[in-house]
Design a protein around this ligand. Structure first.
Ligand SMILES: Nc1ncnc2c1ncn2[C@@H]1O[C@H](COP(=O)(O)OP(=O)(O)O)[C@@H](O)[C@H]1O
Ligand SMILES: [Mg+2]
Length: 362
């Protein structure tokens, strides 16, 4: 029993036959009963990892352990995995009930029909599709097909549930509703779940923790809030956050950080937040839009507001700075309109400094 590392991936690599290195030395672990999100842009290797966990794809090197035991030589059907594919992969000629029962009626663990039916009905109730039992998948909405795919994955009572972008075919409002339901469902069943998504908000809202990938490499493996507050590098800072983070090119020289029209004393930064010594040179100073705010006084960043976008309770002020667009997130009542000239001040205890290579310095 190894509950802390119920799923453990060690130095996993995958080079496809065409020579493409999709996964480059990835290691992570998942606690028993946790719902972990694998997050990252399209092509970063999320599906490749799920397929290796499921045994549909052999790793080039590295190891995968379930509950402390290596499974790389274990056949997919013996790994006790439930897999919900991106396109659901339901059988169109079968009814919902037949689809959900199917895994119990084939293979070595094949059971009598009425027993299979009982188990299927239990999970159809859990996923709220009981009334759809006799329908064919073609007559169902995306959300309903989704539930059928989940029920079908759960009937075998797998130890681990893999879900590959299960909400990507649903419209926005339904996505919000179903992601809450999926979290509640997997928590009530108590199943260890790896949930793949490219949507940072989805990951932040349902993951016990998030593992963010880019180009087959883990960028950060952490609690959701830390992707905002303590991003490991420039990629993380820019991938997570809505509106996206503001980036300013700066030069550091003689204790001053100089941007295109602002200057900050290095002494005014919080000493404890330095990850390493700040040497003279070129950097990117990044600040989340909620931490660069309009102020009355001069001596801050001055800018002309190009556009004001309303997003619910808040407004995004957009302004051109350093040749690029930057944003300030203010509350709804702030009386600023397009064309206004404003002064902005950054919260220096919340800015980040990255090297040109994207490594975090502050
Ligand atoms: N069978 C394959 N042969 C060669 N390259 C592949 C194959 N499958 C996926 N890839 C490539 O591997 C990378 C990771 O793919 P994938 O795991 O599907 O990413 P994601 O699921 O994060 O979008 C991509 O660059 C993709 O083009
Ligand atoms: Mg994918």
């Amino acid at each position: 029993m190894n509950d802390e590392k119920f799923v453990e991936v060690k130095n996993l690599k995958k080079v496809y036959d065409n020579g493409h290195e999709a996964i480059k030395d990835v290691s992570f672990s998942v606690k028993k009963g946790d719902l972990v999100c694998l997050l990252g842009p399209s092509g970063c290797g999320k599906t490749t990892i799920l397929n290796m966990l499921a045994g549909l794809l052999n790793p080039t090197s590295g190891d995968i352990l379930f509950d402390g035991k290596s499974v790389v030589n274990v056949a997919p059907k013996d790994r006790q995995i439930g897999y919900v594919f991106q396109n659901y992969a339901l059988y169109p000629h079968m009814t919902v009930l037949q689809n959900v029962m199917f895994p119990l009626t084939v293979g070595k663990q094949k059971m009598p029909k009425d027993e299979a039916r009982k188990i299927a009905e239990k999970y159809m109730a859990t996923t709220q599709i009981t009334e759809l039992a006799d329908q064919k998948p073609g007559n169902l909405s995306g959300g309903q097909q989704q539930r059928v795919a989940i029920a079908r994955a759960l009937v075998q009572q797998p130890k681990i549930l893999l879900m590959d972008e299960p909400l990507s075919n649903l419209d926005a409002r339904l996505r919000l509703k179903i992601r809450e339901e999926i979290r509640a469902l997997v928590k009530s069943v108590g199943i260890t779940t790896l949930f793949v998504t490219h949507d940072q908000e989805e990951a932040l809202s349902i993951g016990d923790k998030i593992i963010l990938f880019n180009n087959g490499v883990i960028q950060q493996d952490d609690l959701g809030q830390n992707f905002y507050l303590e991003p490991n590098n420039y990629f993380v800072a820019n991938f997570v956050g809505n509106p996206v983070i503001d980036n300013f090119n700066v030069k550091v020289n003689g204790g001053k950080i100089t941007g295109s029209d602002f200057e900050i004393n290095v002494d005014d930064l919080d000493k404890d937040r330095f990850k390493r010594d700040l040497t003279d040179g070129e950097y990117v100073l990044s600040v989340r839009p909620e931490n660069i705010l309009p102020v009355e006084e001069d001596g801050a960043v001055s800018a002309k507001v190009d556009d004001v976008e309303l997003i619910g309770r808040e407004r995004i002020l957009k302004f051109t700075h350093d040749g690029g667009q930057a944003r300030s997130l203010v509350n709804l009542e702030t009386p600023i309109k397009p064309g206004d000239n404003i002064n902005l001040k950054m919260r220096l205890d919340r800015v980040f400094l990255f090297t040109k290579e994207g490594e975090r310095v502050y």
